[in-house]
Design a protein. Structure first.
Length: 334
């Protein structure tokens, strides 16, 4: 069976999910890396707030939880009827949020795997999900060209953010929870209380991924034009344009201290950059498919990448001091 990735299919990239034999027992690769033999395309990845677990979303219609230190499989969140496009951890680490091509987002107990709430209201697939900083609200972006704000306790819609002309592929809350950011044809910043548009960030092409800096003063976008761009969140002015990928930049993340940027691309690489100078620190070339999702651990010492090649990889960058430094990795076959 083949599934098309919602975020990339809308932009003209055709991705197919490869199915791998399942094994919950981690194996060691030739380089000492931990390999988990799992399922299919890894669409989204996240660290738990304490950094001890890794969450992956996949086109086998599930999200899975792993031990971030050993790569051991912990549990599966199963209930969606189509591929999982996006995953997120609640700020307190007690809940998991998933968004799917089945047009819903689902809230799960991170400890038991029990389904707590279903957010239904989008007429098209849910491409991106996020928690508010206090965990009381949920944000979803969809193929219906809107984003929706939901009450995390009741599952009721609070606001709908309308105005994009393409699928909303990425959503994020500001660190103080007063604003939301959406990525689509352009990036837009909204007031979370009124739903009013505050400003737009024009990239010269469509936007795949958005993120805030830890202090909320900078907006980061991953774009069709093969760049990542940093904007002043207050003025909308471009601060820095980061170039170096050979294809679309599909995923972006800020390091916890705001000094580095991580990007994933359709060129099958991830890159670590200096957020001030835009210079590349390290290129990760081991994936054989689009790098769909990237994340930093809470302490900034590890990075996580998820790919269309069916793997998620945990990289230890704690002793990364130059572009040629050794970087160890764990490989998770989703």
């Amino acid at each position: 069976m083949f599934h098309l990735c919602l975020r990339l299919f809308s932009a003209g990239i055709l991705l197919f999910a490869t199915v791998y034999p399942y094994s919950a027992v981690p194996e060691r690769g030739a380089s000492g890396e931990i390999i988990l033999d799992m399922g299919s395309l890894v669409s989204s990845v996240a660290f738990s707030p304490d950094g001890t677990k890794v969450l992956t979303g996949s086109y086998d219609r599930t999200a899975k939880l792993w031990d971030a230190g050993t790569g051991d499989y912990l549990c599966t969140f199963a209930g969606h009827t189509s591929g999982v496009e996006s995953v997120a951890y609640s700020p307190d680490g007690t809940k998991v949020l998933t968004g799917s091509n089945d047009k819903t987002a689902e809230l799960w107990d991170a400890g038991t795997g029990d389904l707590l709430c279903t957010f239904a209201g989008h007429p098209f697939g849910v491409a991106s999900v996020a928690f508010s900083p206090d965990g009381t609200q949920v944000l979803t972006g969809s193929g219906d060209k809107t984003a929706k704000l939901w009450d995390a306790g009741t599952g009721q819609v609070i606001l709908t953010f309308s105005g994009h002309t393409d699928w909303v592929r990425s959503v994020a809350f500001s660190p103080d929870g007063t604003k939301v950011l959406t990525g689509s044809d352009i990036a837009r910043l909204w007031d979370v209380t009124t739903g009013n548009l505050i400003r737009t960030f024009r990239t010269g092409g469509g936007v795949f991924s958005v993120a805030f800096s830890p202090d909320g003063t900078i907006v980061l976008t991953g774009n069709y034009d093969r760049t990542a761009k940093l904007y002043d969140a207050g003025t909308g002015q471009v601060i820095l344009s980061i170039s170096g990928h050979k294809d679309w930049v599909v995923s972006v993340a800020f390091s916890p201290d705001g000094t580095k940027v991580l990007t994933g691309s359709n060129d099958k690489t991830a890159k670590l950059w200096d957020a001030e100078t835009g210079k590349v620190i390290r290129t990760f070339t081991e994936h054989t498919g689009t790098v769909m999702s990237v994340a930093f651990s809470p302490d900034g010492k590890r990075i996580l990448t998820g790919s269309g090649d069916g793997t998620a990889r945990i990289w230890d960058i704690s002793d990364l001091v130059s572009p040629t430094s050794n970087v160890s990795e764990y490989i998770l076959y989703q």
